[in-house]
Design a protein around this ligand. Structure first.
Ligand SMILES: Cc1cc2nc3c(=O)[nH]c(=O)nc-3n(C[C@H](O)[C@H](O)[C@H](O)COP(=O)(O)O)c2cc1C
Length: 187
């Protein structure tokens, strides 16, 4: 089964984006293996740190590189992606010529309690995922409006319409990952 490195842009423990990512992992079970990658321990990007590179940076890069694909789960902060994701993206893109992202199938999702479902935040993450050289899933787009009643007490998504839609997203992402595995994009 293909593995997906999951990077969640919110660092807080009650993050709805983390809960959403965990619900997606359950929905994808048997099709895709989601592996959560810690990004909260990365220092703010500083070129000087490559002289004595932090273990967290090497770990994050290794975990991304070992995965078949990457999923960016972004909250919306002032209509943009989270700084934690931008920071992880920058670390992963260096050293020059040794990017961890190049050619990886990717997808961007996110959720907000408000009605826009993180759409504006995702646009900047999608632009970034393109610039990183990932092969990005275009459709379906997932602008998820967070409503606790869609989930049961274990965090499993139970509402049928949302479940069917997100299952179609899992299938589309799995298809993209398979297609890129068969026909890798030249780096
Ligand atoms: C600094 C900051 C900026 C925010 N900006 C937006 C925004 O532009 N649009 C929006 O819908 N929600 C915005 N929110 C609200 C977040 O969507 C909400 O706090 C959400 O729960 C954050 O995701 P998390 O629960 O995964 O941490 C903002 C929250 C913070 C802390």
């Amino acid at each position: 089964m293909k593995t997906v490195a999951v990077l969640v842009g919110s660092l807080r423990k009650d993050s709805i984006n983390r809960k959403f990512a965990e619900a997606l992992a359950k929905l994808a079970a048997g099709k895709l293996n989601f592996k959560f990658v810690e990004i909260g321990d990365l220092p703010l990007y500083n070129e000087d740190l490559w002289d004595n590179v932090p273990a967290s940076v090497l770990r994050m890069k290794a975990e991304v590189e070992a995965a078949d694909a990457v999923l960016f789960v972004t909250p919306e902060y002032n209509r943009m992606l989270s700084p934690a994701l931008k920071n992880a993206a920058d670390w992963g893109s260096r050293p020059y010529g040794k990017s961890s992202w190049l050619g990886k199938p990717s997808a961007v999702v996110g959720t907000t309690p408000g009605t826009t479902g993180s759409a504006a935040g995702q646009q900047s993450m999608k632009m970034l995922a393109t610039i990183l050289g990932t092969v990005q899933l275009g459709q379906p787009e997932v602008y998820f409006v967070w409503k606790p009643e869609l989930f049961d007490a274990t965090g499993t998504l139970v509402e049928p319409t949302a479940k069917a839609f997100l299952t179609s997203w899992v299938d589309a992402f799995a298809n993209l990952i398979d297609a890129v595995a068969k026909e890798p994009v030249p780096a």
